[in-house]
Write a protein that binds this ligand. Structure first.
Ligand code: ATP
Ligand code: MG
Length: 141
């Protein structure tokens, strides 16, 4: 028997600015993800650096954190059986050129950087990322 799992997602500035938020939420809900937390906000460069700290040595870190702090984002707490892997599947490959048909990135992403959505990649990162943006009391039962 599978158990419910939580994951964390961001609708990134490129997708929010082109009006894709509703469609992306719809794609997630159609796949059975339950939204248990949701907020639109803008983050500072420093907050983006803290969130993506695992990538601080990568050549794209500077550009990525500028992008993530460039405009409104929507942060999401999602619940579903096998949520972490299933969200990664629904998102598609990091580079939209390699994303499969039917994925969010295939439909909406502009480039490997401006790729519309973020999703946690493992249990421990999901826990860190959920707690980076949500207090426990903000999540719905
Ligand atoms: P995310 O962590 O945002 O869900 P991901 O797990 O598919 O995406 P990561 O390798 O964790 O990809 O990279 C984090 C983010 O950094 C990517 O989503 C993308 O926005 C950006 N990025 C990754 N690789 C590159 C690259 N080669 N050039 C520019 N930006 C990149
Ligand atoms: Mg990642």
């Amino acid at each position: 028997m599978q158990t419910l799992q939580r994951t964390f997602s961001i609708i990134k500035p490129d997708a929010v600015s082109k009006g894709a938020t509703g469609d992306i939420l719809h794609m997630m809900q159609e796949k059975g993800f339950r939204i248990i937390g949701m907020r639109m906000l803008e983050i500072t460069k420093q907050q983006a650096e803290g969130f993506y700290a695992v990538h601080c040595e990568r050549p794209f870190f500077e550009s990525l954190t500028n992008f993530m702090s460039s405009g409104p984002i929507v942060v999401l707490a999602l619940e579903k059986e096998n949520a972490i892997a299933d969200l990664r599947k629904l998102m598609g490959a990091t580079n939209p050129a390699n994303a499969e048909a039917g994925t969010i990135r295939k439909k909406w992403a502009d480039s490997i950087e401006r790729n519309s959505v973020h999703g946690s990649d493992a249990d421990d990162t999901a826990r860190f990322e959920l707690s980076y943006f949500f207090a426990g009391y903000e999540l719905c039962k």
